[in-house]
Design a binder for this molecule. Structure first.
Ligand code: UDX
Length: 477
C-alpha cells in the first residue's frame, strides 16, 4: 500500500503561499507523509531568489516542490486588481495541468507515489471535480480568516434577503443576515465585492460558486485558533463536520521546530521580496514600544494622494515609524523625489523606509508599539501573536471584515476603513500610541497568551494538527 501523499496547491500570492508552506513544513516534521508543494513558476522563482527555502526543505526527504504556470505572462503584475486575472489564469491554465498530473501523469494512481489527498486553497472550486475524478479526498485550506469566509458563505442569504446589492447609500446600516454577526457587521464591513451594484459582478459569482464547493470537501483547514474565532468555527461545524483550526501557523511551526530540532532559531521566512534587514538595526536604537510599523502587504496598492495623507498624518503625529513601501505599491509615484521636502526631512529624523521587511521579526521587536496594516489575514495574525495593536486600513475582500473584528470584537485596535485623511491618521496614531496605549497593550497581551496556549502541547490548535495529520495518514489508495 502506498504511503499517504498530500499535494498542496496554494493561491499563488504571498499570504497564502506563506502559510501553506508553514503547514507543509509541519507535515514534514510529522514524517510518514509525503508532501508535494505545487507552486506557480513565478512564485517559485522569487522564493528561491529571496529565501533559503531550498536549503531549509532539503532536510525533509519526504518533501518535494513542483511548479506549474499560472497563466499570466511573466512581466504581468500579480497585485492589486490583477489578482482577479491571476485566479482566472490558474483556473484556465494551471487546473487542466493539475488534472493531468494527478489522473495520468507523475502523481497519478499508477505512479510510484500517487497522491492520496488534495489540499488546496478554498478559492479553487475546480478541485472538487479533480478529486472526484481521481477518487481521493479533498481538503480545502482557506487561508483567509473564518470570520471573513463566513460572510462569503452568507452572500446567497444576503441576496435572498435583499440586503445586497445595498439599497441606498448608508454604509453604516447594520447587516442582519450573517448568523452570529448580528449587531457587529455594518454594510461597510462586508467584503468589498458586496458593494458592487450588480449581482452579475464576476467576483460575486465566483464567491457564490466557492460557497457551494467548499462544503463538498472532506475537511476545512483554517489558520486561526479557538480562543480567537471559536463562535464562528462553531458555525462552520454545522456545514462541514471536519474543521481543523491549526493556527497561528507561524508560531505553531516555530514551536514544533524548537522542540524537534537541535537548532531552535531557524529562519522560517517565505518572502517573495528580498528582506531589508537594515531596519532591524534601526529598530534596536528606538525606545521600547515607540515605533509604529506601517505595511499594506503584498497585494494592496494606494494612490499618490493616499500616500501623502498617510505620510503627513504619521509625521504630524510625531510618532516614530518604520514603513514598508513595496515597489509598485503606490500608483502614479514615479520617483521618491516627488515627495515634499518637509516629509523627507521628518522621516530622516524619526522614520525608516524599506522596500520589504522581515515582518515577523519586526513585529516581535520590543520597540514596536503598533501596526498600521491592510489587515491581510497573515499580517493580522502575526500582529496578534506579538500583542501589537493595529490601526486597520483595509484594501479589499476579506480585509474589510478582519478590520471590523480587530476594532469591534477583539478590541485590538482601531478601524480606519474608508478614510484616508491626514488629520484622522494623526488622531488615530496618537490615540493608539499615546492616549490608549496601555489599554491596547494589555488587551494585546491577553490575546497573545491565548494564541500561544493554542499551539502548546494539549492546546486546541496543537490537537487539531494532530487530528489532521492522523486523518491524512489514513487516506491511502
Ligand atoms: C493576501 C490577500 O490579498 C488578503 O486579502 C488575504 O487576507 C491574505 O492574502 P497579502 O497582502 O499577501 O494579502 O496579506 P497577508 O496575508 O497579510 O500576507 C502578507 C505576508 O507578507 C505576511 O506573512 C507578512 O509577514 C509578509 N510581509 C509583508 C513581509 O514578510 N514583509 C513585508 O515587508 C510585508
Amino acid at each position: 500500500m502506498a504511503l499517504p501523499h498530500v499535494l498542496i496547491f496554494p493561491l499563488p500570492i504571498q499570504g497564502p503561499v506563506n502559510c501553506m508552506l508553514k503547514l507543509a513544513e509541519l507535515f514534514c516534521l510529522h514524517q510518514e507523509i509525503h508532501v508535494t508543494f505545487l507552486n506557480s513558476e513565478h512564485i517559485q522563482q522569487r522564493l528561491l531568489k529571496c529565501t533559503d527555502v531550498q536549503i531549509r526543505f532539503k532536510k525533509y526527504p519526504n518533501f518535494k516542490f513542483m511548479t506549474i504556470p499560472d497563466g499570466l505572462p511573466e512581466d504581468n503584475p500579480r497585485t492589486g486588481d490583477q489578482v482577479r486575472n491571476l485566479v482566472k489564469g490558474v483556473e484556465d491554465v494551471s487546473s487542466p495541468l493539475l488534472t493531468e498530473m494527478v489522473t495520468s501523469g507523475l502523481l497519478s494512481p499508477n505512479s510510484e507515489k500517487p497522491v492520496t489527498c488534495l489540499l488546496v486553497d478554498g478559492i479553487f472550486s475546480f478541485a472538487v471535480d479533480i478529486a472526484k475524478e481521481v477518487g481521493i479526498p479533498l481538503l480545502y485550506f482557506d487561508t483567509i480568516s473564518p470570520c471573513a469566509l463566513w460572510t462569503y458563505l452568507c452572500v446567497p442569504k444576503l441576496i435572498e434577503a435583499g440586503e445586497i446589492p445595498f439599497k441606498g447609500n448608508d454604509l453604516d446600516a447594520l447587516v442582519n443576515n450573517v448568523p452570529g454577526m448580528e449587531g457587529v457587521i455594518r454594510r461597510r464591513d462586508l467584503p468589498s465585492f458586496c458593494r458592487a451594484p450588480d449581482l452579475n459582478n464576476p467576483t460575486i459569482q465566483r464567491i457564490i460558486k466557492e460557497g457551494k464547493h467548499i462544503v463538498q470537501a472532506q475537511g476545512l483547514i483554517f489558520n486561526t485558533f479557538e480562543g480567537l474565532e471559536g463562535p464562528i468555527l462553531s458555525q462552520f461545524r454545522t456545514l462541514c463536520p471536519k474543521i481543523y483550526s491549526v493556527g497561528p501557523l507561524h508560531i505553531h511551526l516555530k514551536k514544533s521546530l524548537s522542540s524537534k530540532c537541535s537548532v531552535p532559531k531557524t529562519s522560517t521566512s517565505n518572502s517573495i521580496w528580498k528582506e531589508d534587514m537594515s531596519c532591524m538595526d534601526w529598530l534596536d536604537e528606538q525606545p521600547n514600544k515607540s515605533v509604529l510599523f506601517v505595511s499594506i502587504g503584498s497585494v494592496a496598492a494606494m494612490s499618490k494622494a493616499q500616500l501623502l495623507e498617510i505620510w503627513y498624518g504619521l509625521v504630524n503625529s510625531k510618532t516614530r515609524f518604520l514603513w514598508v513601501q513595496r515597489p509598485g505599491s503606490v500608483i502614479g509615484l514615479e520617483e521618491n523625489n516627488d515627495i515634499p521636502i518637509e516629509l523627507s526631512k521628518s522621516t530622516k529624523e524619526r522614520g525608516c523606509i524599506v522596500s520589504w521587511a522581515p515582518q515577523e521579526e519586526v513585529l516581535a521587536h520590543p520597540s514596536i508599539g503598533g501596526f498600521l496594516t491592510h489587515c491581510g489575514w497573515n499580517s493580522t495574525l502575526e500582529s496578534i501573536v506579538e500583542g501589537v495593536p493595529m490601526i486597520c486600513w483595509p484594501y479589499f475582500v476579506d480585509q474589510q471584515v478582519n478590520s471590523r473584528y480587530v476594532g469591534e470584537v477583539w478590541k485590538l485596535g482601531l478601524d480606519m476603513k474608508d478614510v484616508c485623511d491626514r488629520a484622522i491618521v494623526e488622531k488615530m496614531v496618537r490615540e493608539m500610541m499615546e492616549v490608549r496605549k496601555i489599554e491596547f497593550l494589555e488587551r494585546g497581551r491577553e490575546m497573545r497568551n491565548l494564541a500561544i496556549e493554542s499551539v502548546n502541547e494539549g492546546g486546541s490548535s496543537y490537537k487539531d494538527l494532530d487530528r489532521l495529520v492522523e486523518d491524512i495518514r489514513l487516506m491511502r489508495i
